[in-house]
Design a protein around this ligand. Structure first.
Ligand SMILES: [Fe+2]
Length: 162
C-alpha cells in the first residue's frame, strides 16, 4: 500500500479579464438574478449566486447611503459591475497615495488585484444592484479605517460573518 502524500492541488485564480467578463455577462442576463434581489434598510443585502472551486459570484443591493467601508478581499482578486443604479468607489489610488473618488455608473465593470482596498458606497438617490466575482472564493476580509496616517486595519472577518 502506498500513501498519497501529494499536497492538495492549488487552485489557479482567474484573471482580472475573466472575472470582469463573468460579471458583465451576468449583468446582461438579469433574468438569472433579478427575481432574487431584496432591499434591506438595515444594510446592504447580498446573496451568493455561484460557488466554484476557483471563483464565486455575489449579488448585492444598496440603498442610498449604504456602504462597505474600507476593506480588502483577503488576497482574492475580484471584479464588480453595476447592473442598476450608480455607486461611488473610494481608493488610495490618487496622487501621492491620496484618496481617489470614482463614479461607477451602471454598465461599468471594475477589476482589481489581490492587494486592493476600497470603500464602495451608494451616494445616489435610488437603489443600486451590483454583481461581484472573486477568485479564489473569499476566505477572509479585513476592515480598515481611514485615519490621518492612512488606512489602519481594525478587524478581520471570516465567511461566518457575511
Ligand atoms: Fe470590495
Amino acid at each position: 500500500m502506498t500513501l498519497d502524500l501529494a499536497p492538495p492541488p492549488t487552485v489557479r485564480p482567474l484573471s482580472s479579464n475573466a472575472l470582469r467578463a463573468i460579471v458583465r455577462e451576468l449583468a446582461e442576463s438579469p433574468q438569472e438574478w433579478i427575481h432574487r434581489v431584496r432591499l434591506d434598510t438595515e444594510g446592504r443585502w447580498y446573496e451568493r449566486l455561484r460557488l466554484a472551486e476557483d471563483h464565486e459570484v455575489w449579488l448585492i443591493s444598496w440603498l442610498p447611503g449604504q456602504s462597505t467601508g474600507f476593506h480588502d478581499h483577503g488576497g482574492s482578486r475580484g471584479a464588480f459591475t453595476v447592473a442598476l443604479g450608480e455607486l461611488e468607489e473610494l481608493s488610495l489610488a490618487g496622487p501621492d497615495g491620496g484618496l481617489a473618488v470614482r463614479r461607477v455608473p451602471a454598465g461599468t465593470a471594475r477589476a482589481f488585484g489581490p492587494q486592493y482596498l476600497h470603500d464602495v458606497r451608494n451616494t445616489a438617490n435610488g437603489p443600486a444592484v451590483t454583481l461581484h466575482a472573486y477568485s479564489p472564493p473569499l476566505a477572509a476580509m479585513s476592515r480598515y479605517e481611514l485615519r490621518a496616517g492612512g488606512l489602519v486595519r481594525t478587524a478581520v472577518e471570516g465567511p461566518e460573518q457575511w
